[in-house]
Write a protein of this length. Structure first.
Length: 424
């Protein structure tokens, strides 16, 4: 297992760390057992946060009496110095310790700096002066803020989403951190659960000077990550080809499922709805096809569709022969019209046209999802073979359409993709 040093902090740890957000979903005894097994298996770095309900309490219980053997990082979402100190004292109490190896401003809306009027950076400096914080870190979800953080030179570590779907800009951020002597902690290494090949994920991380924190909730998940202490994760031609295929399918703006858009003012689970088509394609779909998630998706996309049809007196959105009655919330494709609909879609794709409010790339992704769902087939998005793959899927689709109308359940995936169209 490769060992890395987190920038100027001097913290040396295996490049395989424990993200303690998921343990808030299991009972204390199970969490403590999981954490201790992680340490016994070779992990020495554990990342938690005040916002993770009882995660800190579980981490504190697991490592009481052996504090010097592990590195513990936590976070605060405080926006005032008063709340900062309250969070810090609560965190230290929960973790049963008198210091944090790294204390991080959590999911920041700005790069806190001395003299910016917030008093936040000054509070962090004072905490370090008192010995309660050994190193000052920060986490961000927006690339612009992250770049400003690196340029400021004020922080010893940056935590930011990083996985093999990273953009060139993300990679430049990692290299900028390394050049600045700033440790880079990689969150969302599985991209919110969309990435399922641990060998590919670990091999990718091994090519950079970053510390991935893997969210662990179950024994089998931990076993998978601990296995890398016994075998090297190396980038091979096979893994590189797999990653490239994944990038072709998934790369771009997408929801990583962090949930920081919550709470929604009307109770919609935005982070799940925004990536529904990906969840259906890449995880067991049964749980997302019931009435509950159908209604959630309807709640999510109906305002968007209403905006699309606000100028239509009939209240009906028409894309070829696919119609959506916004007022009654019913969706139908007459089977005899299906060849016409698919033909029109393929013609538009071949001409790189915008279809029903979708950019060409979004349309292709949408239709692949829907055809896969409805036909039960496997549609791989590959521009060079797109038309041929669509035609194959269409044959399966037409065979399925023995009734006059496709049910609402069948069309939920395309509604989800419509909601993500870039030019609405």
């Amino acid at each position: 297992m490769k060992e890395i040093t987190l920038g100027k902090t001097g913290i040396k740890t295996p490049q395989n760390a424990f993200g303690a957000l998921p343990i808030q979903r299991i009972d204390t005894d199970s969490a403590v057992s999981l954490l201790r097994r992680a340490y016994e298996g070779g992990m020495t770095f554990f990342d938690t946060a005040r916002a993770y309900t009882d995660s800190e309490i579980k981490v504190g219980k697991a490592f009481e009496g052996m504090r010097e053997k592990v590195y513990i990082a936590s976070k605060t979402q405080a926006k005032t110095p008063e709340d900062f100190w309250k969070d810090l004292e609560t965190t230290l109490t929960n973790l049963r310790t008198d210091y944090l190896d790294i204390y991080q401003f959590h999911c920041v809306p700005q790069c806190y700096k001395p003299g910016d009027g917030t008093g936040m950076y000054e509070a962090m400096l004072e905490a370090k002066k008192q010995g309660k914080v050994r190193h000052i870190g920060i986490t961000a979800h927006k690339i612009g803020i992250a770049e400003e953080i690196v340029e400021s030179g004020l922080y010893e570590t940056l935590q930011f989403p990083f996985c093999y779907l990273a953009t060139d800009r993300d990679v430049r951020l990692v290299k900028a951190c390394e050049k600045a002597g700033m440790g880079f902690i990689a969150m969302k290494g599985l991209s919110g659960g969309l990435l399922t090949n641990s060998d590919a994920c670990m091999a990718f991380m091994s090519e950079y000077n970053v510390l991935p924190i893997w969210g662990v909730q179950r024994e089998k998940e931990l076993d998978e990550w601990l296995s890398f202490f016994k075998r090297d994760a190396k980038m091979t031609d096979e893994i590189r080809a797999f990653i490239e295929k994944e990038r072709l399918e998934l790369l771009g703006d997408f929801c990583r499922g962090c949930g920081y858009c919550a709470p929604c003012s009307v109770g919609i689970q935005i982070n799940q709805c925004a990536r529904m088509s990906q969840l259906i394609r890449r995880s067991p779909s049964e749980g997302f096809l019931g009435e509950y998630w159908q209604q959630e998706m309807m709640n999510y996309v109906m305002p968007i569709m209403n905006n699309l049809t606000q100028e239509s007196e009939s209240g009906v959105l028409t894309v070829g022969s696919l119609s959506a009655d916004v007022q009654t919330q019913t969706f139908s494709i007459p089977s005899e019209k299906m060849p016409e609909v698919i033909s029109g879609i393929l013609d538009s794709l071949s001409q790189d046209q915008v279809i029903g409010g979708l950019l060409e790339s979004d349309a292709a992704s949408s239709l692949c999802s829907v055809l896969t769902m409805v036909s039960g087939g496997s549609v791989v998005l590959n521009t060079a073979e797109l038309k041929q793959q669509f035609q194959s899927a269409i044959e399966s689709l037409k065979a399925l359409l023995s009734h006059k109308v496709v049910s609402t359940e069948r069309l939920i995936p395309i509604i989800g993709q419509l909601s993500n169209a870039k030019n609405y």
